[in-house]
Structures are given as structure tokens and as C-alpha cells.
Write a protein that binds this ligand. Structure first.
Ligand code: ADP
Length: 327
């Protein structure tokens, strides 16, 4: 029988994502409602090691649901990857009497949580907060919907100017290892091609298809490429297309960090609130060391060790659809 969790620590870790604040708010207030003491840990695992840990009350999460970024700050922490670092972190939690943790982050953060909970028998709940959506066991991750909407808004604007000048625009979106932002924003803006890390890029096929479009005088084209595509990013792609199809007037737009910021979408606020609320309930009910997800609009719990191994798979049929819709 696991010990009763009475004092919880909440942190955001790894890459930031819009909606993290809404999740922190939900977890803090659910904890307080259940008569727990709630602590905010600043800058993820770094804050655990440096004892940057502060008690939170209901007011400390007022007026943040609509804000991007994270009031708890976030960081990447190499020291936590060492046993000595994790020992220090545990000593600080013990000092405050914290006996349950909620970690909002990506799969790297979950790996850390999994190792930590094994070493020190402290229950950890992971909440998927990443714009990349590259985590299995959940239909959505906090921040993904906002990031896609930001990308779509930008690409719509780019299409206006592409149309005015008959240009081919190559738009690079975020996604070092995952192509979800590229896939969703590309489909949502009617891109001619979408290049993602999960699928080997056949650059010759892209060139052939663009040559065919040039022959048909379809000069306005949008190609969306994930930054981590195996062929390269927007600039590499532009170079080879320029060389092979000199007739095209090509521009590259790299959307970059705008995709991480901004007010969270309604969907992100909703899933963040539900996940934060459920994470505290997991700690109370003894459903420990799981990642909280949402599948088919229902809460879904995946053991952390499984969550860090599985990857969400790209639906191949969607890529086929892109080709048909762009013809
Ligand atoms: P994300 O959570 O967004 O995937 P990272 O991969 O950078 O981001 O992971 C965030 C942090 O989680 C790391 O800086 C580190 O402190 C911790 N972490 C990641 N992998 C491990 C690991 N194998 N062992 C211990 N801690 C880890």
C-alpha cells in the first residue's frame, strides 16, 4: 500500500509549451482543494537540485491561464542525469516534506522522473507538455494545438504574398525529431508538399512534382518542411530546388520560436486543465508513476516506463491524402 501523498511538488521541464500555465494552475488548485501543501519547483530539475522550491497558494496561479510560457520557468539540467545530482534533488524534497511530484514536460523529463521514482520511491506523475506531440498514449500534448495554429496563421499570410508575386515559398516549422507541426499546419494550409523526419524525403520526387507544376503554370506553391527533416531544413531544400528549377521565384521563411509562444488555444487550455486536475487525483488514488493523457476525449494513463519507449506514429494515409489534395 503506497503512502498517502500530502505535499506535492509541481514543475515544468524541458521545452516550454503554451498551456503549461493552465496546467500548473489546475494542479495547484486541485491540490489545495484536497488539503495538500503545494510547492512550485522553479526551472525543472535544476530547481530541485538548487532548492528553488516555494510554497504556492491559490493566488500564486491567478491570472495565468491565458499566458504562454511558464511561470515556473523551465530548464534542461545535465546534473539531474547523474546519481549525485538526483541525490541532492531528493534531499531538498525531503527537507520540504514533498512526497509526490508532478512533472509537466516531454519524454526526456519523463525519463528523469522514471529513474528518480525508482531510486527514491517518490511517486511521479508525468503530464505531456510539448509542442511536438511526439508522445504516445495521448491524442494531444499541451502546446501542440497552439503551435499549429500559430504556424497556420503565419503560412496563411505567407500564401497571400506568395500569390501576389507567383512565388514558391518553403516554410520551415519546428520539429527536430517529429513532423506533427509540419503535418497539421501543412494540411491546414493546403501545402503542396510536407516533409517530415518520420518519412524519408524523396527530393527527386518533390522536384519532379514542382517541375510539373511549373509546366502547368501553377507558380504559387507552399512547401512545409520540419526543421529536422532528413534531407535538411528550408535553406537546404531551397538551394537544390533553385539549382534544378531556375524558373521558380523561391523564398524561405523559417518560423522559429514564435511557434512556442503566445496565448494557449481553447483546446490547450482545456486539455491542460483536465490533465493537471487528473494528475493530482492520480497521486491521491495511488495511481502512481504514470503519464496522464487523453485518448478519445477520456483520461488515459500510461505507465511512465511505457510512455518513454513508445512513439506516436504518423498516419501514412494522411501523407497520401496530401498528394491528392495538392494536385
Ligand atoms: P523534454 O522533456 O522536453 O523532452 P529534455 O529531453 O531536454 O526535454 O529533458 C528535460 C530534462 O529531463 C533534462 O534536462 C534532464 O534534466 C532530464 N532528463 C532527461 N533524460 C534523462 C535521463 N536519462 N536521466 C535523468 N534525467 C533525464
Amino acid at each position: 500500500m503506497s503512502k498517502k501523498v500530502t505535499k506535492i511538488g509541481i514543475m515544468t521541464s524541458g521545452g516550454d509549451a503554451p498551456g503549461m500555465n493552465a496546467c500548473v494552475r489546475a494542479a495547484v488548485r486541485t491540490g489545495l482543494f484536497n488539503k495538500m501543501e503545494v510547492y512550485g519547483i522553479t526551472r525543472g530539475y535544476s530547481g530541485m537540485i538548487d532548492d528553488d522550491i516555494h510554497k504556492m497558494d491559490s493566488r500564486s496561479v491567478a491570472n495565468i491561464i491565458q499566458r504562454g510560457g511558464t511561470i515556473l520557468k523551465t530548464a534542461r539540467c545535465k546534473e539531474f542525469m547523474t546519481p549525485e545530482g538526483r541525490k541532492k534533488a531528493y534531499a531538498n524534497l525531503k527537507k520540504h516534506g514533498i512526497n509526490g511530484l508532478i512533472i509537466i514536460g516531454g519524454d526526456g523529463s519523463f525519463k528523469g522522473a522514471q529513474i528518480f521514482s525508482n531510486e527514491f520511491d517518490i511517486p511521479c506523475i508525468g503530464i505531456p507538455g510539448t509542442i511536438d506531440k511526439d508522445i504516445a498514449g495521448t491524442d494531444f500534448t499541451i502546446g501542440f494545438d497552439t503551435a499549429v495554429n500559430t504556424a497556420i496563421d503565419a503560412i496563411d499570410k505567407i500564401r497571400d504574398t506568395a500569390d501576389a508575386h507567383d512565388r514558391l515559398f518553403i516554410v520551415e516549422v519546428m520539429g527536430r525529431d517529429a513532423g506533427y507541426i509540419a503535418l497539421y499546419s501543412g494540411i491546414g494550409t493546403g501545402a503542396e508538399h510536407i516533409l517530415i523526419p518520420e518519412q524519408k524525403t524523396d527530393v527527386e520526387a518533390v522536384i519532379k512534382s514542382l517541375q510539373e507544376k511549373e509546366r502547368r503554370k501553377k507558380l504559387v506553391n507552399i512547401v512545409v518542411v520540419a526543421e529536422g527533416d532528413d534531407f535538411g531544413g528550408g535553406n537546404e531544400l531551397a538551394e537544390i530546388i533553385k539549382e534544378r528549377i531556375p524558373g521558380f521565384d523561391i523564398r524561405v521563411a523559417i518560423l522559429g520560436h514564435v511557434q512556442r509562444g503566445g496565448a494557449p488555444s481553447s483546446l490547450d487550455r482545456m486539455i491542460a486543465s483536465r490533465m493537471g486536475y487528473s494528475a493530482v487525483n492520480c497521486l491521491i488514488e495511488g495511481n502512481h508513476n504514470v503519464m496522464v493523457g487523453i485518448v478519445n476525449n477520456k483520461m488515459h494513463y500510461t505507465p511512465l516506463d511505457k510512455a518513454i519507449k513508445a512513439k506516436q506514429r504518423i498516419n501514412e494515409d494522411w501523407l497520401k491524402m496530401v498528394k491528392i489534395l495538392a494536385s
